[in-house]
Design a binder for this molecule. Structure first.
Ligand code: BGC
Length: 368
């Protein structure tokens, strides 16, 4: 029987198909930020250097972004400098500083820790370089001009809804024992992901439908330092041996696919039935797992769309204009509300995967 939410999935798939058919997020007709305010850029020439500072390769979306930025910026007539900072925050600080010294005209930053780049971003601002926060918000600085991202809070809401849906579908009547996993505390996205999910789950925790047997219910308690699979797996091992000796674990809220697979490994090693588990990023291994009926859900954030929206913003700065944004209220970084161009994340389960991934060269074959 199709529930209300499952029907909703079909609608999401249709929206996603439209989104994939060519219109980028910033074509959707948004507002222009800072009407009457000072412009971040006075325009620049063809062939300009564009700096793209990416974090560690903690999920496949970052790896995809590297090639898409290199190819997309080159095609659009720029000279891209795209770098990962696998060594951590100080490496990323040095890379950004070097990009400024090399004369980049726009800086795109996917931060490891969005609150640790203050002096580099100030240096960019002083040099008249517009700064685009990519996927992760840059915090505690006014030296950030626009935020290009998927709607992070909505990602969490979709995960919370999927968990409830999956429990009803696969685990019979409640109450259900669940555990919560949160992302890395230094990533600004971890809070909206967690808060969005909790906004859906809290009423069910309060009325006893959901029981978190470990008692670890805050973002801090559930955090996974560095988004590392090993950290999530160790924490889940401890929880399972401490709180689930004689009980089933019915569900797990996981903020992304890498951590979902880590929790599934932990449950398997502890001899538990497969819990209903959420994810994010549509990583190849997780999409295969969903199609095999194991992982319950993931989120599709088409990296091609986000990179294109970011290149559209670079084009706007090149023309001496402000980029299109869709939200001027939500992303307060502690110093200012950063105008944001938010794209729509899509929830994916076995039921709608073929529709959602149609046209994505990496994923569509996995659903056949
Ligand atoms: C991204 C997620 C990703 C996580 C770990 C977050 O900032 O939004 O898509 O799973 O980082 O790489």
């Amino acid at each position: 029987m199709k529930t209300k939410f499952a029907t909703g999935l079909v609608a999401f798939a249709a929206v996603s198909a439209l989104a994939l058919s060519g219109c980028s997020g910033s074509d959707r007709g948004g507002e222009t930020p800072d009407e009457g305010g000072e412009s971040a850029a006075a325009g620049f020439e063809d062939g300009a250097k564009i700096g793209v500072a990416l974090p560690q390769k903690t999920s496949e979306n970052w790896v995809l972004a590297e090639n898409l930025f290199n190819d997309g910026l080159t095609e659009a007539g720029y000279d891209p400098i795209v770098q990962f900072a696998n060594g951590g925050v100080s490496e990323q600080q040095n890379q950004i500083q070097a990009m400024i010294e090399q004369g980049v005209k726009v800086l795109v930053v996917g931060a490891i820790d969005g609150s640790q780049l203050g002096s580099q971003l100030e240096a960019a601002e002083s040099a008249g370089i517009p700064v685009i926060a990519y996927d992760r918000l840059l915090q505690n600085t006014d030296a950030v001009d626009v935020y290009e991202a998927f709607d992070n809070f909505h990602v969490g809401e979709l995960q919370g809804q999927a968990l409830l849906e999956g429990l009803a579908e696969r685990k019979g009547e409640g109450p259900y024992n669940i555990e919560l996993i949160a992302g890395s505390p230094d990533d600004a996205n971890s809070k909206p992901f967690f808060d969005g999910a909790i906004s859906i789950l809290q009423p069910k925790i309060d009325d006893g439908t959901l029981v978190v047997k470990s008692g670890q219910v805050t973002q801090q308690q559930a955090a996974t330092q560095g988004w590392e699979a090993e950290n999530a797996q160790n924490r889940m091992d401890t929880i399972l041996s401490g709180s689930y000796k004689d009980d089933d674990l019915h569900g797990v809220l996981s903020p992304n696919d890498t951590l979902a697979r880590a929790a599934l490994t932990s449950a398997k090693q502890a001899g538990k039935d497969v819990p209903v588990i959420t994810g994010q990023d549509s990583e190849v291994e997780s999409v295969k797992s969903i199609m095999a009926g194991v992982q319950y859900s993931t989120i599709y954030k088409d990296t091609r769309q986000l990179v294109q929206a970011t290149i559209d913003a670079v084009d706007a700065y090149k023309a001496g204009e402000e980029p299109t944004v869709t939200d001027t209220e939500t992303y307060d970084n502690g110093v200012k509300v950063v105008p944001a161009n938010l794209l729509e994340p899509v929830i994916v389960t076995e039921e709608n995967a073929a529709d959602v991934y149609a046209g994505d060269p990496t994923l569509e074959d996995l659903t056949m």
